[in-house]
Write a protein that binds this ligand. Structure first.
Ligand code: SF4
Ligand code: SF4
Length: 670
């Protein structure tokens, strides 16, 4: 009975044993995490702490994925909000008052109102947990396939039992006439008061009260014990993962090629400690799997599985590696096997288009792409192991300064007759048009470069190009894992740009845009970089581009991953389409941050898709479903992928693809 010496001994005893187990496991996890390498780059800790707390408390981390078809984020939010309130309640009343008898709050009005609040939040938790159980074990959505594990059931049951034991504990107290009853209020907490009708005052109810009190305490204790052993760990790890996350998350970190002992990641201890923290944070929700184009198209890659496989491997070899680190002697039988092929299959490593959908929807800030690219880096630079087609593209960049093997065009063929300034001849320009390899050298895309030039001229922009001095920005090389080649290209380009005193750059390629804007600063290349959709939208707004023709058509727009998810450019292209007289737009079902990749990123423009369906054909089908006749893009790789997809589907009569610059160029008077 509370208040007796035996009760306190039991309560304290159970609590201390629990804390001991909890601390022991956390220490182990800490040691495994620190097997990782040092992190580079700076973080804005105060801003990220406030941002993370805001996201966790408001549950925006979950609610950002809320859709009419998926109520799971709301269920999670209900449970979390309920638990925040429960923790405060437990601290004052279960631990300090009932459990340890340190303060006496039960007879106060504070207790009465706290029980009222808890009455509602207990219902929130119950609904959230019940919904999660029904979803996982009865509805079984695709992303939870194979996740009907005992571990998940124990976790969900522990969440479900919590509010039930709380309500019954309070109900028995009410039946016995204890607080919250007897504090001078007629309106008691409704749920507990309603349940109290099941009990009558007497010795039997005293026993029930004691039973519920202990049951409630035991569920608290069970949860504490299993937190560090199960995916519950995300409760702790994800908060630190949010605070310590890399920003912007899609920017790849450079390798110090002169100092690095290993290039990329070969073994688990070559992940950084922050990458290990990512593994602890994963809650196995499957959001990343659901949006991954590689997984959806039937490839072996599943971003959730990649994270889980790395975590399992770390926990498996962790004890031996920690012991080896402490003794300074190598672990027997070397458990530190290469990750590629032993833990993550080569097919998984090469199937990633780096589309960023997984990183975008992950509620706990897990980064996937950095790990996949680090594995590629090791394969490419240390083992010369890569798909043959990737090798061809990389060799072409090395030999010819672009990845388009077999092209017969030169860098400036597209500009013939357009009277465009080349910086080598005339440096008096306000902005440099970075054309990019695809728009300069791939036949279909040259029309995009010509359209951009036409629009810039029509708006009276004083621009120029590098012409034959422009070389590959290095983006395909970096995403394919050849950091050497990327750094070589970046340094060469930065030097040329600086020599010409370039300050502003416009490009129609989101891949070039992303790398020039976000990754060239790592090597001292700081330029103002804008995408052609941003510049055109601005020119229309300022009335410098007059769209005086008009078009009576409905189109759809495909969000390029490196423009949308990577750089948050969603509105400018839509504003441009809206500005064309008579033109209307319908969205594809997967749009903006949930848009489906075209299949061309991460070097895949130059890789053969060996397994499953073709991603570009799947995206073409999604565009066809809208029933429109034109799909607009703002990326030369997407343009090319759609062209191929339309041909493969024999849908040339139903659908055509255009870059937004081509659409606009046709709308202005010569
Ligand atoms: S970046 Fe895209 S393709 Fe790669 S794992 Fe993530 S969702 Fe899948
Ligand atoms: S990595 Fe993130 S999105 Fe993927 S399963 Fe884990 S928590 Fe969910």
């Amino acid at each position: 009975m509370p208040g007796t010496p035996l009760f306190y001994v039991l309560f304290w005893g159970v609590f201390l044993i629990t804390l001991g187990i909890f601390a022991y496991r956390l220490r182990q996890l800490w040691q495994y995490m620190l097997l990782g390498q040092k992190e580079t780059g700076s973080k804005s800790l105060i801003r990220q702490t406030l941002d993370t707390l805001n996201y966790v408390i408001s549950q925006l981390c979950q609610l950002k994925n809320f859709r009419r078809k998926d109520w799971a984020p709301l269920g999670h939010a209900l449970m979390v909000w309920g638990f925040f309130i429960s923790i405060i309640f437990y601290f004052f009343f279960i631990i300090l008052t009932e459990g340890f008898g340190l303060i006496a709050l039960e007879e106060t009005q504070f207790y009465f109102y706290a029980v009222w609040v808890m009455d509602f939040f207990a219902v929130f938790i119950f609904i959230g947990a019940a919904w999660a159980i029904i979803r996982r074990y009865i509805i079984r959505p695709e992303r939870l396939k194979g996740e009907q594990t005992i571990e998940a059931m124990i976790i969900l049951l522990s969440v479900l039992v919590h509010p039930i034991t709380h309500i019954f504990e309070i109900a028995t107290k009410i039946a016995l006439g204890h607080p919250p009853a007897g504090l001078g209020h007629t309106l008691l907490p409704p749920v507990s008061a309603w349940v109290s009708n099941l009990f009558t005052a007497g010795a039997g109810t005293e026993s029930w009260y004691l039973g519920f009190l202990w049951a409630h305490w035991v569920t608290v204790v069970i949860v504490l014990v299993i937190i560090p052993y199960t995916r519950y760990l995300h409760i702790i790890a994800s908060i630190f993962n949010g605070i310590l996350r890399n920003r912007p998350r899609t920017v790849l970190k450079p390798i110090d090629l002169e100092q690095a002992e290993t290039l990329g990641t070969a073994t688990i201890d070559q992940l950084t400690w922050k990458q290990n923290l990512d593994l602890y944070s994963c809650v196995v929700c499957g959001n990343c799997q659901e949006l991954c184009p590689a997984y959806e198209s039937g490839k072996k890659l599943n971003p959730k599985k990649v994270i889980q496989d790395l975590k399992k491997h770390l926990l498996k070899v962790g004890p031996e590696l920690v012991a080896a680190k402490a003794s300074g002697e190598a672990a027997p039988d070397n458990p530190n096997v290469p990750l590629a092929e032993n833990v993550i299959l080569l097919d998984e490593i090469w199937a990633c288009t780096t589309c960023g959908a997984c990183d975008e929807v992950c509620p706990v800030w897990v980064d996937h792409i950095d790990k996949i690219v680090d594995l590629r880096r090791n394969l490419v630079m240390e083992q010369a192991s890569m798909p043959e087609t990737a090798e061809g593209a990389l060799r072409s960049i090395e030999d010819r300064g672009h990845p388009w093997r077999g092209t017969t065009l030169s860098r400036t063929d597209w500009a013939e007759g357009l009277d465009i300034k080349v910086l080598a001849d005339d440096q008096d320009v306000d902005i440099l048009f970075w054309v990019g390899c695809t728009e300069a050298l791939e036949e279909r895309s040259t029309k995009v470069a010509q359209s951009v030039a036409k629009l810039l001229k029509a708006a009276g922009i004083n621009f120029g190009i590098l012409g034959t001095e422009e070389s590959c920005c290095g983006e395909p090389a970096r995403r394919l894992g050849n950091e050497y080649l990327f750094q070589m290209q970046a340094e060469k380009n930065i030097e040329i740009l600086k020599n010409y005193g370039v300050k502003r750059i416009v490009t129609a390629c989101p891949h070039g845009y992303n790398i020039l804007k976000n990754e060239y600063p790592q090597f001292g290349g700081n330029f103002e970089v804008i995408h052609h959709t941003e510049l055109i939208a601005q020119l229309i707004k300022e009335d410098k581009l007059k769209l005086n023709k008009g078009l009576n058509e409905i189109v759809t727009y495909h969000d390029a991953c490196y423009l949308g998810r990577y750089n948050n450019i969603y509105q400018p292209p839509r504003q441009i389409i809206k500005a064309v007289p008579g033109l209307d737009m319908v969205e594809m079902e997967r749009n903006k941050r949930r848009a489906f990749c075209c299949g061309g990123g991460g070097g895949h423009m130059w890789l053969e898709e060996q397994e499953g369906n073709r991603i570009n054909e799947m995206r073409t089908e999604q565009a066809l479903e809208t029933g429109v006749q034109t799909v607009i893009t703002a990326c030369p790789l997407c343009l090319q992928m759609f062209e191929d997809g339309i041909k493969a589907k024999a849908a040339e009569e139903q659908l055509k693809v255009m870059d937004i610059a081509e659409l606009l160029a046709a709308q202005i008077e010569e």
